[in-house]
Design a protein around this ligand. Structure first.
Ligand SMILES: Nc1ncnc2c1ncn2[C@@H]1O[C@H](COP(=O)(O)OP(=O)(O)OP(=O)(O)O)[C@@H](O)[C@H]1O
Ligand SMILES: [Mg+2]
Length: 267
């Protein structure tokens, strides 16, 4: 199918997603204190787009990401991936879904297993998913992210933060996923290294036609990379528009508040 027509479609469509955590009150008291975190989230992500999710700490961004990744179970709602509700998937469907979606975490220091060489880190998902021609796939991905063949023999601690994030990106992309959730992927890195990693992600998105949900506190960065921006406040998406529209013509009071905070820093 024509790529442009294909890219008009929603890859992910989230409807009325709600999530409550049951927190222990204390060690002694066994009663639970429920905390509602997602209050009916609706969000559509078109194929090939970078959608950023912004909002203050604790508003529920990672909780939403974890629901999409099927790491936690929401109370109710729908998460449609290619028009199928992932919350209704059986084990086999979930296994196949996990191949199509991958995560890039904030901290490249803790997200890579320190006891595994880079080759093993990249090979592991290929073995789990019974992929053939594994060495060819590893060679292909390392040349895309800029890791050398010699690096495959090394352990994560032998690399700088930026190189580790490249390795984490290679691991996320080794199974050729369609959708990437990047939760604050560069906030632990220096500014110049962070710019390299962002440009790498933009390049890979183009080459591999990736769809990306990008979670960040950095509104300047979000403005640079996103097609659309979803603004989250207290467990709800309060505004969702194209990037230019959010910055030029914000409608929600909370969006205006977020933008005013970067404008006052930039002055
Ligand atoms: N596993 C959990 N058990 C209990 N409460 C949780 C759990 N995960 C998150 N929460 C709570 O849910 C709320 C939202 O957390 P979440 O991590 O989604 O926020 P966030 O928007 O990603 O914040 P940040 O920008 O700081 O990463 C917080 O109050 C948090 O304490
Ligand atoms: Mg978070």
């Amino acid at each position: 199918m024509d790529e442009n027509i294909e890219n008009q479609k929603n890859l992910i469509s989230i409807k009325n997603l709600q999530k409550t955590f049951n927190c222990e009150k204390s060690f002694l008291e066994k009663s639970k204190l429920p905390q509602k975190v997602l209050f009916g989230v609706d969000l559509d992500i078109k194929k090939g787009q970078i959608v950023s999710l912004v909002g203050e700490s604790g508003c529920g961004k990672s909780t939403l990401a974890n629901c999409i990744l099927k790491l936690i179970e929401p109370d109710c709602g729908e998460i449609l991936f290619e028009n199928q509700d992932i919350l209704k998937f059986d084990k086999k469907q979930t296994f196949l879904y996990r191949k199509k979606i991958q995560m890039i975490f904030q901290n490249p220091y803790s997200s890579l297993n320190p006891k595994m060489k880079i080759y093993e880190i990249l090979n592991e998902p290929l073995i789990i998913h019974k992929e053939k021609n594994r060495d060819e796939k590893i060679d292909e991905i390392i040349s895309l992210v800029g890791i050398s063949k010699d690096d495959l023999k090394k352990f994560p601690h032998e690399f700088s933060g930026g190189q580790r994030q490249r390795i984490a990106i290679a691991r996320a992309l080794i199974l050729k996923p369609e959708f990437i959730v990047a939760d604050e992927p560069v906030s632990a890195l220096d500014v110049s290294i962070s710019a390299n990693i962002i440009n790498l992600l933009l390049d890979l998105r183009q080459k591999l036609n990736l769809t990306i949900l990008f979670i960040s506190h950095d509104l300047n960065l979000v403005r640079y990379i996103s097609d659309s921006i979803a603004v989250m406040n207290k467990g709800k998406i309060v505004e969702f528009s194209e990037t230019k529209e959010i910055f030029d013509n914000p409608k929600d009071e909370y969006t205006k508040f977020l933008l005013s905070s970067i404008r006052s820093i930039n002055v």
